[in-house]
Design a protein around this ligand. Structure first.
Ligand code: GDP
Length: 444
């Protein structure tokens, strides 16, 4: 049986227990299953109340049900949605009933979205936008994801692809018409000027300022410095602030390895290198491994010190900010002695919080400068950049091939169209699809 002949179901809402839980079904058996549970088919796309019953007529829950017949549904297939009370018992019973229904099986992660993609409801860039929206922690991540979900890049790429195909059709028509001789200039010239125009547009998107791709992962700030400088105290201070968005990861019961901050909508992960230590606990080991990997890719280092001897150990391209701690104990203002680019100095008391506002302000400024104007960026993933770059290279080669033979020009245009097709997920992307959709949640 082709997997799509099967109807999938999943809990699409969050952790149980919850006030309401949403179960979704997609596929040809969604209708009969809904009919069986609710006793009758509800009106399309209207919320209806229904007492759900199992096959023997035993009531399961008092629910609200929705029926979206395909193809005008999220997946393009028949979709049923059950809004039930979010208890473990209700969900367990419904899962048991649905699993026992022929043609139904639990969905894999991202399978609803994959069906939407395969049924042409969304392109691959929109699917990526959807995934990013679900995982967005900060406002800027949300806005960027929503724009991608609404076809920010997909619409452009579709238009470019159509124009390339038109241009190459013009040239190929010329090749067919001209026996031996060259393609007439009346056909060639408009096609080439269109290609030139497209190349300018794609290059503009490629060279746009800003690091929108990095907005998904965020900025990594590493706290380093000698023992007892107050690194874990600073981490605790950060975690206590309103800017902390995710429950901080604890390395030991006392020390945090990392804290996720929302700095003016920019996601920032702060990692305490001192918190990175060996542990037997497998869960902690995983946290330690991740923190170590990420600390190695710091975008900014905060070098914490308690005295004026502020020789930093780090160099390279990563800016190092000197943060003198424990100013509540008195002492002189620190001087920057490291030759780090973008070096700045701060004086704080991690214990009392003095100077923290200025430090956080500076970090917001750093994030703003680092990410640049992400609002004007179309590219949100390296994969997208790669395809666009390949397309632009092929267009450039097609223009370079003028005079060497029209077939060569047409061939490069075909490659450019193929790359844009790949960007949209239209051609040979099977392996890619598995990777992309695996990242999704179950029920999405
Ligand atoms: P780490 O080894 O760099 O992580 O340093 P800790 O955060 O464990 O701090 C070392 C000691 O310095 C602890 O006893 C803290 O309470 C103390 N400490 C940290 N920050 C401050 C501060 O701003 N003022 C004062 N007076 N003590 C601090």
């Amino acid at each position: 049986m082709h997997p799509h002949d099967q109807t999938i179901f999943a809990l699409s809402s969050g952790r149980l227990p919850s006030a309401i839980a949403i179960l979704r079904l997609s596929g040809a058996h969604a209708g009969p299953a809904l009919q069986m549970l609710a006793g009758k088919m509800p009106a399309s796309r209207m919320a209806s109340r229904a007492l759900l019953r199992d096959a023997s007529g035993e009531p399961i829950d008092d629910a609200v049900v929705l029926w979206f017949p395909g193809p005008a549904s999220a997946t393009g297939e028949d979709v049923a949605e059950l809004q039930v009370h979010g208890s473990r018992a209700v969900i367990a019973t419904l899962f048991a009933v649905l699993s026992a229904t022929p043609g139904l099986r639990p969905a894999e992660p991202g399978e609803f979205t994959r069906r939407a993609f395969e049924n042409g409801k969304i392109d691959l860039t929109e699917a990526e936008g959807l995934d990013d929206l679900i995982h967005a922690d900060t406002d800027r991540q949300r806005r960027q994801a929503l724009r991608q979900l609404n076809g920010l890049l997909g619409d452009k790429a579709r238009r470019w692809r159509e124009q390339i195909i038109e241009a190459s059709a013009l040239i190929e028509a010329g090749i067919d018409f001209s026996d031996e001789g060259d393609v007439p200039a009346e056909l060639m010239a408009p096609a080439l000027s269109r290609v030139e125009q497209l190349l300018v547009e794609i290059e503009a998107v490629l060279s746009a300022e800003g690091r929108a791709e990095r907005l998904r992962d965020g900025l990594t700030v590493v706290i380093a410095g000698p023992p007892n400088a107050g690194k874990s105290t600073l981490m605790n201070q950060l975690a206590r602030r309103e800017v902390a968005i995710v429950s901080p990861h604890a390395g030991t019961t006392r020390d945090l390895i990392e804290v996720q901050l929302d700095l003016d909508g920019y996601p920032v992960t702060v990692i305490d290198t001192a918190g990175i230590r060996e542990t037997e606990d497998p869960v902690e080991q995983e946290g330690v491994r991740r923190a170590r990997d990420r600390a190695g890719q710091a975008d900014l280092v905060l070098w914490l010190t308690e005295n004026d001897q502020a020789e930093t150990e780090r160099a390279g391209d990563v800016p190092v900010w000197l943060v003198r701690n424990k100013i509540d104990l008195g002492g002189a203002e620190p001087e920057i002695t490291s030759g780090s680019p973008g070096g700045r100095s701060f004086a704080i008391s991690a214990q009392s919080g003095t100077g923290m506002a200025a430090l956080l302000d500076a970090m917001v400024g750093f994030a703003r400068g680092f990410f640049g104007s992400t609002e004007s960026s179309f590219i949100t993933r390296e994969r997208q950049r790669q395809s666009l770059k390949e397309a632009a290279d092929a267009l450039r080669r097609s223009l370079g091939a003028v005079g060497l033979g029209e077939e060569l020009v047409a061939e490069e245009l075909r490659i450019a169209a193929l790359e844009l097709g790949r960007l949209l997920g239209r051609v040979d992307v099977e392996d890619l699809l598995d990777v992309i959709f695996r990242e999704f949640c179950i029920g999405k």
